[in-house]
Write a protein of this length. Structure first.
Length: 138
């Protein structure tokens, strides 16, 4: 007889009451810091808009939908990280593909980081995009 698979709950959701979950979520958000504190400031927004205007970043790297997200292939800590603005570490993704990549490869929702071969394929494609942009002298 089929049964429902175990549902993952983030650590902040595992508390017993709604009130304690709210407190836990606020604590998690405060520890994480704002987007600007993590490096996604005005400089990043300007860089992201420029990237989205490049033909190599117009459509998702996994499907053919328009790009909505610029994803760091290898995780970065903040804007001081050497891979934060590196074209060879960035890929264009639609919202759905970005969510899947985060879950499968970045250890999202408490999962282990994923498939090394798939990550290497992403890096190869990113290097090709970076070379094409650099060949145009941009």
């Amino acid at each position: 007889m089929p049964h429902k698979p175990k549902t993952f709950k983030p650590r902040w959701m595992q508390t017993a009451t709604r009130q304690s979950r709210t407190v836990a979520r606020k604590r998690y958000d405060a520890e994480r810091g704002s987007a600007a504190e993590r490096g996604y400031d005005a400089r990043w927004q300007k860089f992201r808009k420029w990237l989205l205007r490049q033909p190599e970043f117009a459509v998702c790297g996994d499907c053919t939908l328009p790009t909505k997200h610029i994803d760091h292939i290898d995780a970065v800590e903040d804007a001081n990280d050497s891979g934060f603005y590196a074209l060879h570490n960035l890929q264009p993704l639609c919202a759905g593909c970005h969510a899947r990549k985060t879950i499968r490869h970045d250890g999202g929702y408490g999962r282990k980081s994923g498939d090394a071969a798939a990550l290497e394929a992403m890096r190869v494609a990113a290097r090709r995009r970076a070379e094409a942009i650099e060949a145009r002298g941009l």
